[in-house]
Design a protein around this ligand. Structure first.
Ligand code: CAA
Ligand code: NAI
Length: 698
């Protein structure tokens, strides 16, 4: 069947794009469109272009990029030129999404009708490219330079109403989309005029009068676009729209697209895009497995995590019961939730009545029995095994049969917790990241006895509450924190050997993380790790190197931002870390006492010492089967730890560095620094076989 079918509504030809699941504008759809336009009956007076299925079009078929042989003709610009050049008016009927090349296609038509609730935008920048089919040339001509710059550089999708206000959409359909679009097409045909965006020029006048706006815009994105090329290339293309004739601007855009699509930034971002979708596939789950419906939820413990977890359900419109043992703790927890919402309202990002609606979905209780009818209960009490067991025994007694019993533990053995219940198959870990209402990662931790249905339920739940769910297995720290531990330890050793926290943090920041390990520790609170280290002191292997600098800092009551001092100093009310000479003296003294002669440590060595052991640990995790595939680990680090998305995640990045280089460094450090650095057998095997992590799959 052709990817484009044509039908007549009187004098109007309706062309239907049909390339599931998202009407990606791959070769079949492009040639289908070109053929359909060329083959139109001469009696046709106007054309409506509409998408079958879920949406108008999500744009170019991303899988076609860098394909060999290159995708066939016609290219999208040729298809759009044929539509735009048509003497017969062409109307786009948009439902679902018109994104990237999909919106560019619509911008090439003469009129755009959208169904309520549909979304449009040019998200190419999020894939490390610029819109490649005229988006940067047509959008500013349609809505003005500044509005176009904001949309193209952010890559965000906007709703139909906002698009109508901006002028991207001409009409939001009241009733049936196709009917409204056919009516518009008839009207335009009767008027006998077509408006071609390429010929519009008025909206560019303001930018021509203030050409400095581009420099100002570039200066304003210094932080958000740190390390990246595509956002700046987007600005260059819009500037070309203002300064050059249309065809020249279009050529410039095309050349920019072609050079960016082959670069590491775009390859990494496309990897991240597909990795996020791939991580939802669980190979051992039979196809017919269905998750249970989550209509109501409950959270036990309304502390730092519990409150944030409850907010996720309320945000998704799911009623949630929150339980504490004491009224005072419950009130304090709910107050924190309210304050968090209130801050969002004060920043203009949430309507006040919406806040009240969400708060009304959260019910507090001091009776555990009140969670009895919930479809899922998430335990978020203190991190103590005996307490967790006690809570799960009680949950087993009160929860309805078929409820999912989940734990938010960050370090404890999910299987040991499950074993105290009479229904370990319904028990699973749901490891949220702090702040739980913000961070998108959800590590779902399968116990040995978690059922397929339980796993499917929490993976579905992640999507429902706007998280990226990644399934992992039980081990100390699960996947993310187990790797983080390697990185934190090496950062600690580096300062003992001669670096300072500010140097390590700068190197990590420059790599693309939002902050380095020391600033991160100060933000999260140093006391948490300190308590865990004290508890586990007896288990610490005496033959392994240990740095006690962090302990010495905590002994001084310096727990980070919350005490105004940690690895850095903080002025009252400020979150800006200021290097502290006292800490430098403390570190130098610690080096001396440990008999380490301090040396200048090059930035490159700092980066490698922090990142290679992290990758090495990931290889061990993969070998132990605790993560399904390398790209899942990339998703974990992008969404849970701020690993720069434009580097694709640690595993993708490691492949780009070369595993042989990483192994060589690990072997050298293993000789110099001992056991911590022992290379992972999987890393050795991959290097022996000349393969990368990407070759592993699931
Ligand atoms: N090309 C190829 N495959 C695509 C795709 C695209 N543009 N967009 C989505 N898909 C695939 C997804 O990988 C997924 O495949 P699997 O089922 O095999 O995992 C499937 O379509 C469904 O996608 P989602 O799960 O993401 O569906 P959703 O409903 O959650 O989201 C969406 C829909 C908002 C459109 C989202 O898919 C999306 O953001 N897609 C990418 C949009 C985009 O970036 N477009 C620009 C492309 S580049 C371009 O157009 C260049 C140019 O200028 C010519
Ligand atoms: P918290 O100390 O802020 O909150 C725990 C809450 O549980 C307290 O409000 C306490 O009153 C309540 N509580 C204790 N016993 C209870 C009981 N029997 N019934 C009902 N409520 C009870 O702790 P936090 O930080 O929220 O951690 C909770 C869990 O989440 C822990 O398992 C922790 O390891 C995990 N976690 C914490 C993260 C963090 O960054 N804080 C990140 C990821 C997981």
């Amino acid at each position: 069947m052709s990817a484009v079918t044509s039908e007549r509504h009187g004098p109007v030809a309706v062309l239907r794009m049909n390339n599931p699941p998202v009407n990606g504008l791959g070769a079949p759809l492009r040639s289908g469109l070109a053929d359909a336009i060329a083959g139109l009956d001469p009696a046709v007076e106007a054309i409506v272009l509409i998408g079958e299925g879920r949406m108008y079009s999500a744009g170019a078929d991303i899988r076609e990029f860098n394909s060999t042989p290159p995708p066939g003709t016609p290219d999208l610009n040729q298809v759009i030129a044929a539509l735009e050049g048509s003497e017969r008016p062409v109307v786009s009927a948009i439902h679902g999404v018109a994104a990237g090349g999909g919106l560019e296609l619509a911008l090439g038509t003469h009129y755009r009708v959208a169904a309520p609730g549909s979304r449009v935008g040019l998200p190419e920048v999020t894939l490390g490219i610029v819109p490649g089919a005229g988006g940067t040339q047509r959008l500013p001509r349609l809505i003005g330079t500044e509005a176009a710059l904001e949309l193209i550089v952010s890559g965000r999708l906007i709703g139909a109403d906002q698009a109508r206000e901006l002028g991207i959409i001409d009409e939001v359909a009241d009733g049936d989309l196709l009917e409204a679009s056919v009516a518009a097409a008839r009207r335009l045909a009767a008027d006998g005029t077509v408006r071609r965006v390429r010929d519009c020029d008025d909206a560019l006048a303001a930018a021509r009068a203030t050409p400095e706006l581009f420099e100002t815009f570039r200066a304003g994105m210094a932080r958000s676009a740190r390390g990246r090329n595509a956002p700046y290339a987007c600005v260059d293309c819009v500037e070309a729209a203002v300064n050059r004739p249309f065809d020249e601007g279009l050529r410039f855009e095309r050349e920019t697209f072609v050079s960016l699509v082959a670069a590491p930034e775009s390859r990494s971002l496309r990897h991240a895009f597909f990795a996020e979708r791939e991580c939802g596939r669980i190979p051992d789950l039979p196809r017919e497995t269905r998750g249970r419906t989550i209509g109501t939820a409950a959270v036990v413990g309304c502390g730092t995590m519990g409150g944030g977890i409850a907010m996720n359900f309320a945000n998704a419109g799911i009623p949630v019961t929150v339980v504490e043992t004491e009224r005072a703790a419950l009130d304090a927890g709910l107050e924190r939730v309210r304050n968090t919402y209130a801050t969002t309202v004060s920043r203009g990002r949430l309507a006040a009545d919406e806040m009240e609606r969400r708060m009304s979905l959260i019910t507090g209780s001091t009776e555990l029995a009140d969670v009895g009818s919930a479809d899922i209960v998430i335990e978020a009490v203190f991190e103590e095994m005996e307490l967790k067991k006690e809570v799960f025994r009680a949950l087993d007694g009160v929860c309805r049969s078929g409820a999912i019993l989940a734990t938010n533990t960050s370090t404890l053995d999910v299987d040991e917790i499950a074993a105290v219940t009479g229904r370990p198959e319904d028990v699973i870990g749901t490891h949220f990241f702090s702040p739980a209402n913000v961070m998108r990662l959800l590590e779902n931790v399968r116990g040995v006895r978690s059922s397929h249905e339980t796993i499917a339920t929490v993976m579905d739940m992640a999507r429902t509450i706007g998280k990226v769910g990644v399934l992992v297995g039980v081990c100390d720290g699960f996947v993310g924190n187990r790797m983080l531990h390697q990185y934190g330890r090496e950062a600690g050793f580096l300062i003992e050997e001669g670096a300072l926290p500010q140097q390590v943090d700068r190197v990590i920041y420059d790599f693309g993380f939002p902050m380095g390990p020391f600033a991160m520790g100060d933000l999260a609170g140093l006391d948490v790790g300190w308590r865990i280290r004290q508890r586990k002191r007896a288990e610490r292997p005496s033959n392994m190197r240990y740095s006690d600098v962090a302990d010495r800092i905590c002994e001084q009551g310096r727990f980070g931002q919350k005490t105004g001092a940690g690895w850095y100093r903080y002025e009252t009310g400020s979150r800006v870390p200021v290097p502290d000479p006292d800490i430098e003296r403390l570190i130098v003294a610690a080096s001396q006492q440990a008999g380490i002669e301090r040396r200048d440590i090059p930035d490159g060595e700092i980066l490698e010492r922090c990142m290679y052991p992290l990758v090495n640990e990931a290889a061990k995790i993969l070998e132990e089967g605790l993560a399904i595939r390398p790209s899942d680990i990339d998703v974990i680090w992008i969404h849970g730890y701020g690993f720069p998305r434009w580097r694709g995640g640690p595993m993708f990045w490691a492949d780009s560095v070369g595993l042989d280089r990483i192994l060589e460094a690990m072997q050298r450090w293993h000789r110099e620094h001992g056991e911590w650095m022992r290379p992972a057998p999987l890393l050795e095997r991959l290097v022996r076989e000349g393969r990368g992590f990407a070759s592993l799959g699931a």
